[in-house]
Design a protein around this ligand. Structure first.
Ligand code: PEP
Ligand code: MG
Length: 874
């Protein structure tokens, strides 16, 4: 296979190729070249070569360097420069570039091609000796670091010595002569630590650099990043070799990073930062604090105008917001990179809606474009205005990624991870973050840095995750060792709490109260479009009027699961529940249930009212009874006093109810088989609530759901009891109106799927309880999976947590079988899902394909499910 794809004036071989082959960066360089943007020429080595490299035990495939040589020759011809030349040398950058962007995770080498001879050549060609030797010492340093695995600090001593010699404190004040000496010192340091001379042959340099980029694909930080981001199934990284242009040759040079629209808010305004007389890395690393691109006209109006043209060209070509890197070399603009810009969920929604208005995309594209999970960010909390007005603002930084975060201070990525795992909420505080910090950044509730701008690593990564981040808060003095910060006269340590506002950039002392988000404008528009395309209905899992109302505001079309047990835990009811459990016979049990009935009825009335005119699926009692009893001696004693019985009696009953595997024990419909009076009370409460609602012109549409059915016989028996109770309640209430109550079952035991045709005879609807179905299909206890699941994920035995994302290969087959068999008995059987998967985009997509009628999920996930359902339908 072809291993090298050239881009430049001569030809653009990568145009129209796939990202999987030449990586995102390589493809975009080819595309930019082909639409006439000023891109320095170069070539891309494919991801297949990376794969081959690893398969051959870390050997570059034969023939590769011949192809590379040819590409270099073409570059030399285009630029009239020569690799390693003594008068006008060609210099290149070597960068990674996988199919999916992994910002800062892999290796880059700049200024490659410099050696003792060509550095003198560069000095001649640029008439700038200082510049040439500065580039050379950077190369030796970077090469040692990246290719040979040296420690960056090993070079520092040499630099300090030179600075002392010239009596200067800043790197930039060392004269050319000093840098020349420094290069010799660096070569010595290099030799001392690697045992080899710094390679003088540019082609050898290139070969080693290419290998180093391939190696960086599998560093632990890159592997971890892919894990966190769920990036799987890629061959490896491509390598981009591109001729260097310099932003650090003087004050008519510069470099910058920008987004064609604001990545935080989505506003259609060029947004970015640049530095005069600097190299690209200086902006990204956040070492100097950059200027706003909006202020560029003050420096160079022509370049600013040219950039605006580039924005237009790119957005027209890609119909997408772009994240670009550019360099100005002696007044000439060069584009070094473009990619789809990472953005917040808020920005994603606004950009999608704006681009429809601008006729760049249609509404289908808009719906497809917003990652459903990113809507979480629109549903994020913010600070209560009153609370924030009263808050003690410590300082301000850059509002790098929106949201509100409250936590204690953690000073390293490791610490952030450990304390989070131990249940604390922490904010990771760093001078600047480096790619090694990803795990800690992921663990922390928020990130605070003291240097860097909105395009620094911390900002880009945090935004991708929708994690609150304030960057470049210069007033924060960090004492990493002492685990303290000093900010405007205050000293704070690991146990102090701060509040970060990622939307304004403020850092506040103590815990500032947060509030729930409000939805409006573009969000509503996007949801409306999503609703036009989706065929799946979206319901919610809710068991209180407040949750029901919130979910309805989010667009829920009914309740798919109302778990009645939650209602029994409230203090005024638990006592009756417990006396029901303690009861010795049916008569006593009925007496206790009678006391519970009014509570249940009232709860249902509240929920029916909140869901006026929409279906509400009420599930009958599900958990094992022992869950309602206290287990500790002290609590048992309190309960005994309250109920007026002996503590021993409670202990005895509690022990009698003990089960080895309660999740497989006396629960679900099994309870109603043993104690039909519980079912009767619940059904009566539902029917009476519906009748009472009817009297108040509220349209209650209850559906009664029987959990944990494994045999048709269970459902047959219980359905009969439900029907009898409905009839007797209506009669007792002398209700003459219309009350249509359907009776269905949860399908959450594998046997119910296997025999769904039988089960369907007695069901008006099915609802897949994929939590239990996953538990029983895998044989993993829902409650204990945390003990081994991390190992499974780490060793790639499982790719995702099956309790979060439906296992389509295994559990999915049972779902499909359940649907198909159920509908073979009842053609129009209504089928839904109410396990946690109902709000997870890839599972929603599966449910669409499997032909379900609706998904049901927690209120906050309702918008996500609506969007995911639309995306599944498109
Ligand atoms: C399920 O098992 O998927 C379900 C929704 O019920 P629960 O989580 O209450 O067992
Ligand atoms: Mg269940």
């Amino acid at each position: 296979n072809k291993m090298v794809y050239y881009f430049g004036k001569t030809k653009t071989e990568g145009k129209g190729k796939s990202k999987t082959l030449i990586g995102g960066k390589g493809l975009n360089l080819a595309e930019m070249t082909s639409i006439g943007l000023p891109v320095p020429p170069g070539f891309t080595i494919t991801t297949e070569v990376c794969d081959a490299y690893y398969k051959a035990g870390k050997q570059l495939p034969s023939g590769l360097m011949e192809e590379v040589d040819k590409a270099i020759a073409t570059m030399e011809k285009e630029l009239s420069k020569k690799f390693g030349d003594e008068s006008n040398p060609l210099l290149v950058s070597v960068r990674s570039g996988a199919a999916v962007s992994m910002p800062g995770m892999m290796n880059t080498i700049l200024n490659l091609g410099l050696n003792d001879v060509s550095t003198a050549g560069l000095a001649k060609a640029t008439k700038n000796e200082r510049f040439a030797y500065d580039a050379y010492r950077r190369l030796i340093n970077m090469f040692g670091d990246v290719v040979m695995g040296m420690d960056h600090h090993q070079f520092e001593k040499a630099f300090d010595k030179i600075k002392k010699k010239y009596k200067v404190s800043e790197d930039t004040d060392v004269p050319a002569e000093g840098l020349k000496q420094l290069c010799d010192e660096y070569k010595d340091v290099y030799k001392q630590h690697t045992g080899e001379e710094f390679p003088q042959d540019p082609v050898k340099q290139l070969e080693l650099a290419v290998k180093a980029v391939f190696e960086s694909w599998n560093t632990s930080r890159a592997v971890r990043y892919r894990e966190i981001e769920g990036i799987r199934g890629l061959l490896g990284t491509a390598v981009n070799v591109q001729s260097m242009v310099y932003g650090n040759m003087g004050d008519d040079c510069g470099t910058g990073v920008a987004f064609t629209r604001n990545p935080n808010t989505g506003e259609n305004k060029f947004f970015g930062e640049f530095l005069v007389n600097a190299q690209g890395e200086d902006v990204v690393a956040g070492i100097r604090t950059p200027e706003q691109v909006a202020d560029m006209p003050k420096w160079n109006r022509a370049i600013y105008k040219e950039l605006l043209e580039v924005k237009k060209t790119l957005e027209t070509h890609y119909a997408e917001m772009q994240d670009i890197e550019f360099t100005i070399e002696r007044g000439t603009l060069f584009m070094l990179q473009t990619r789809t810009g990472k953005r917040t969920g808020i920005a994603a929604v606004k950009i999608a809606c704006d681009m429809v208005k601008e006729k760049l995309i249609d509404k289908k594209a808009a719906v497809m474009r917003v990652p459903a999970n990113d809507l979480t960010q629109l549903l994020l909390p913010s600070f209560k205005p009153t609370a924030r007005n009263a808050a003690d603002v410590l300082c301000r930084g850059i509002n790098a990624s929106p949201g509100a975060a409250v936590g204690k201070l953690a000073f390293s990525a490791e610490e952030a991870r450990e304390r989070t795992d131990a249940g604390e909420k922490v904010i990771l505080v760093r001078r600047e973050t480096s790619p090694e910090d990803v795990d800690g950044m992921n663990a922390a509730v928020g990130i605070l840095t003291s240097t860097g701008g909105a395009t620094s690593h911390a900002a880009v990564v945090a935004r991708g995750w929708g994690k609150c981040c304030v960057a470049g808060a210069g007033d924060v003095e960090i004492d990493e060792k002492g685990r303290k910060i000093k900010v405007n006269g205050k000293t704070l340590g690991v146990n102090d709490v701060i509040s970060l506002d990622g939307t304004t950039g403020e850092v506040m002392l103590g815990e500032v109260e947060t509030q729930e988000p409000k939805l409006s404008g573009d969000f509503a528009q996007l949801m409306k479009w999503a609703d036009e395309f989706r065929t799946l209905a979206v319901r919610t899992n809710a068991d209180s009027p407040a949750d029901s109302k919130r979910a309805r505001d989010f667009g829920a079309e009914g309740i798919g699961l109302c778990r009645t047990e939650h209602m029994f835990f409230e203090p005024d009811r638990i006592i009756h529940m417990r006396s029901m459990i303690l009861a010795q016979d049916e008569k006593d049990r009925r007496a206790a249930l009678k006391k519970l009935l009014p509570f249940q009825r009232k709860d249902f009335e509240g929920i029916f009212k909140a869901m006026d005119g929409l279906p509400v699926t009420v599930r009958l009692l599900d958990p094992p009874l022992h869950e309602f009893l206290p287990h500790e001696a002290a609590a048992q004693k309190d309960m005994a006093t309250e109920l007026g019985v002996k503590p021993a009696e409670i202990k005895k009953r509690s022990e009698a109810l003990h089960e080895s595997n309660p999740m497989l024990g006396h629960r679900g419909c099994r309870l109603s088989i043993t104690y039909p009076e519980i079912l009767e009370m619940q059904v009566r409460a539902i029917v009476e609530a519906a009748i009472n609602c009817a009297g108040r012109k509220i349209k209650a549409m209850p559906e009664i759901m029987i959990p944990l059915v494994g045999t048709a016989a269970e459902l047959k028996l219980l359905r009969g009891k439900v029907e009898e109770t409905i009839a007797s309640t209506i009669e007792a209430k002398k209700f003459s109106g219309k009350l249509d109550i359907s009776i269905g079952t949860m399908i959450e035991i594998p046997r119910a799927c296997l025999t769904a045709d039988d089960v369907a005879q007695y069901a008006d609807f099915f609802s897949f309880g994929t939590n239990d179905l996953t538990q029983m299909t895998f044989g993993y206890s829902r409650d204990d999976v945390g003990t081994f699941l991390p190992d499974y994920l780490h060793q790639d035995i499982l790719l995702v947590d099956p309790f979060q994302s439906l296992d389509q290969t295994g559990v999915g087959q049972l779902v499909e079988m359940g649907v198909q068999k159920g509908r073979s008995t009842k053609k129009d059987l209504k089928v839904g899902i109410c396990g946690e998967h109902g709000g997870e985009p890839s599972s929603v997509e599966f449910c669409h394909r499997a032909g379900l009628n609706y998904v049901s999920c927690s209120p906050f996930r309702v918008p996500i499910a609506r969007l995911a359902a639309a995306q599944a339908a498109l």
